[in-house]
Design a protein around this ligand. Structure first.
Ligand code: PLP
Length: 454
């Protein structure tokens, strides 16, 4: 076997030709989406009012294992993919661990994260359908940026509702979106009924993802030729993100390396779901075993402290109900939370897998995350996004355990993006004013009160 290089690059030919639909191999399928009013399973017809036709088909398809990636999407992927799989030799050495650490780096594009993998697919299907444009929400701004890039490539209009506190605190991301031709509105806004209702109730609110989603859905519904698109949580997004895991698996297989532990950060679950897809597929089919670990912030602990129940995906309660690990759609992480991953729920597919005991989840505090981020940046060079640094933290922890046990485990983690636009958060950390928070039992109980009875 040849020496494993620092960076394993695949050729363009090795770029996956099909996405992998993990649900096809699941015995316990995720529960169906329900209509928020009737509580009956959403039909394709109902979903098509909100989402693009082909994306609805992908959302509901739980039997087709491989979905061909259209050539135009593959051509776009070729501009920034295959993404390198990096052997963290320097980190291993510094830690003095016998573990072998690899990370898949998704930050090599202007949007700075994995989100472009799904944005380009969603924009493509919207264009195919002859739509004029799409609406969406964005929190920290990565999804909005990725979607803006994808829409400008296909000449589609893009209306982004950006959570107000990010709109104000992250002017650079906002301007990147506008550079790609998107319109960006701070949410809640006076432009929508939902927004006006929320502003009346909570005049000074800094907004939330759940609220921005409701606004974007409303505008898509009311504007001729528009649909709503989403950057995480949904099955269609996880399907597109499987390109991350497929490339990772191909790169490891090329050198005969078998992963023992696969780690990813979990917000809505799309990068994690994509990274683990082929590994989990083998596990489900009984071909191999892996430890799979989701990492989330202690301040927004959907997996580790949430409940597995049907819940609203948005504050305005207009989106389909999804059965998932959730903190309740009214849950908003403490204002001092700076590390992203602040969505109240989790992908229904990952929720089912977690409930079936096929994967683990841990939560980490934000100062631990930034310590790991800084440590990693100084050793491996890459300035990581705070979200990605949740995975770094746990990868380092696992590598340290190997020092004690002497085991030469192979650890693979997802480095989802770069942290250039997160310097306010890094600044807080450097100035020693970053605080850790974990919600009290009372706060969690309050979040659960808002769950629908299904
Ligand atoms: C959005 C984002 C995440 C979290 O979203 P998932 O859908 O859980 O993957 C993680 N890392 C980065 C860099 C992001 O932009």
């Amino acid at each position: 076997m040849s020496q494993i290089p620092y960076k394993i690059y695949l050729s363009e030919e090795e770029l996956p030709k099909a996405w992998y639909n993990l649900r096809a191999d699941m015995k316990n399928k995720p529960a169906p989406l329900l209509n928020p009013e009737t509580h009956q399973p959403m039909t394709a017809e109902e979903l098509k009012v909100v989402f693009c036709d082909e994306l609805v088909r992908q959302e509901l398809d739980e039997t087709t294992p491989y979905v061909e990636i259209p050539q135009e999407i593959r051509d776009f992927y070729k501009m920034y993919r295959p993404a390198p799989l990096i052997r963290a030799y320097c980190l291993e050495k510094k830690l003095g661990t016998p573990a072998k650490i690899y990370y898949k780096f998704e930050g090599n594009n202007t949007s700075g994260s994995h989100k472009l993998n799904s944005a380009i697919a969603q924009a493509y299907y919207a264009k195919q359908q002859g739509l004029k444009g799409v609406t969406t929400e964005t929190g920290a701004g990565q999804w909005g940026t990725a979607l803006s890039m994808a829409c400008s490539y296909f000449d589609l209009d893009c209306k982004v509702f950006m959570v107000k506190c990010s709109y104000e605190q992250k002017p650079f991301r906002r301007e990147v979106m506008r550079t790609y031709g998107a319109s960006v509105t701070p949410s809640p806004s006076m432009d929508t009924e939902v927004g006006r209702r929320i502003l009346e109730k909570h005049p000074g609110t800094s907004g939330s993802l759940g609220c921005a989603i409701s606004e974007a859905v409303e505008v898509a519904g009311k504007t001729e030729g528009y649909r709503y698109v989403l950057g995480s949580v949904m099955n269609q997004v996880m399907l597109h993100q499987s390109v991350i895991g497929l490339e990772t698996k191909t790169a490891l297989d090329k050198y005969g390396v078998k992963a023992d532990i696969v780690i990813g950060c979990a917000g809505g679950g799309s990068n994690l779901g994509g990274l683990i897809a082929p590994f989990m597929g083998e596990k489900l089919r009984g071909e191999a075993d892996y430890r799979i670990i989701a990492v989330e912030p202690t301040s927004c602990p959907s997996f580790t402290r949430g409940v597995f129940a049907y819940d609203y995906c948005d504050t305005g309660m207009v989106c389909p109900l999804q059965k998932m690990y959730t903190l309740g759609s009214g849950f908003i992480p403490a204002p001092n939370h700076a590390g992203g991953l602040r969505y109240h729920g989790m992908s229904s597919t990952l929720s089912q897998l977690y409930d079936d005991g096929l994967m683990e989840a841990v939560s980490v505090s934000q100062t631990e995350v930034f310590e790991a981020a800084e440590y990693f940046a100084r050793i491996e060079g890459i300035l990581p996004a705070p979200e990605s640094s949740h995975a770094i933290k746990v990868a380092i922890d696992e590598a340290k355990k190997c020092i004690e046990t002497g085991e030469e485990k192979t650890i693979v983690f997802g480095l989802t993006g770069t942290g250039y636009f997160d310097m306010y958060a890094y600044e807080k950390f450097h100035n020693g004013v970053m605080e850790n928070y974990s919600p009290t039992e009372e706060e969690l109980a309050k979040g659960r009160e808002g769950l629908p009875t299904v």
